[in-house]
Ligand binder design. Structure first.
Ligand code: SIN
Ligand code: MN
Length: 307
């Protein structure tokens, strides 16, 4: 997928592009189910809020087939190859849960601020692509962006290790106030919070200032963040675990456009088969209950019942 001249100009001017309806309901359904299964796992890649609710699952593209396909998807990879004019690799992969009632704040920050300071990434030639897995509403902790703030380079930041469970290089209130005021001129509308259906995609410049409020609603707000970096701009400092800041700089070879849908359909068939097996087993139990018969049949009934 290639961005149009109009999209390229809008990205350059505003620092982000919002593309509703990029993935179909069928594609998102398999990703959402997979994300829910991953977020409840006890593994080092699943980071929790201070309350214990899941906050972020890192590196799911390395242990989940649907997310591997997503990280190689041409609708995400090709626009960034186009923007950077060269192949890209996966710098980071996150599923941010922003769990119902417990999803905590992400303070105001620039992504490239962290990639430069923590990972020694030479230039802001990397960016986040957000893929909505749930509907993002004005009320469930949407991502807020300050349009045009990417034009200010990398801003001074403090390393906040205490506000949430996850350390972050954050901007002070004075800087955010100034940038938000600038975003209203000329003809701007100030801070924006793109909302939309699952399957919507939001790409934003590595220096675009953004944040998100806590989610105190009963509606989860899962978003996947695929961070792609130009291969020639790979990181040079390895201070964070490999599953947070990847060290495999091999260029991504995109999969076919229908790879996720093919996987979703195959997966659904497998699940249908499992359901059929259960139905057969249940039917068998009922049969045995009705007429257990002597000896062997009763033993089989007991066996089926317990398992
Ligand atoms: C981020 O900025 O890295 C994540 C913010 C969010 O998911 O709300
Ligand atoms: Mn960020």
């Amino acid at each position: 997928m290639q961005l149009t001249a109009h999209q390229l100009r809008a990205f350059d001017d505003q620092g982000y592009l919002f593309m509703p309806g990029c993935f179909s309901d069928e594609e998102v359904a398999v990703l959402r189910a997979e994300a829910e299964a991953i977020l409840v796992q006890e593994r080092q890649e699943v980071w929790r809020e201070k309350t214990g609710a899941p906050r972020t699952a890192f590196a799911a593209h390395t242990y989940s087939e649907p997310f591997r396909l997503m990280a190689h998807h041409p609708r995400l990879v090709e626009p960034l190859q186009q923007l950077f004019g060269e192949p890209v690799y996966v710098h980071q992969f996150k599923i941010n849960a922003k769990a119902a009632f417990e999803g905590d704040v992400w303070q105001w920050h620039q992504d490239y601020g962290t990639w430069a300071r923590d990972d020694g990434m030479p230039e802001p030639r990397a960016m986040n692509i957000a893929i909505f897995l749930d509907e993002v509403l004005p009320i469930n902790g949407p991502l807020m962006l300050i349009p045009k703030s990417h034009k200010h380079g990398t801003l001074a930041a403090g390393h906040d290790k205490s506000t949430t469970s996850y350390p972050l290089w954050t901007l002070d209130q004075e800087t955010v106030t100034r940038l938000a005021a600038e975003a209203t001129l000329p003809g701007g509308i100030g801070i924006v919070a793109p909302t939309g259906k699952p399957g919507s995609v939001l790409m934003f410049h590595g220096n675009l200032v953004h944040a998100s409020p806590p989610n105190i609603t009963p509606y989860p707000r899962k978003i996947v963040y695929l961070t792609l970096c130009a291969v020639s701009n790979h990181i040079t400092k390895f201070t964070r675990p490999e599953w947070i800041a990847h060290r495999d700089f091999a260029p991504i070879v995109p999969v076919e456009d229908d790879a996720l849908i093919t996987h979703a359909r195959a997966h659904r068939v497998e699940r249908a088969e499992v359901v059929d097996v259960h139905l057969v087993a249940e039917h068998r139990v009922l049969e045995l209950r009705e007429d257990p018969g002597p000896g062997v049949a009763r033993a089989r009934h007991e066996h089926v019942d317990r398992s």
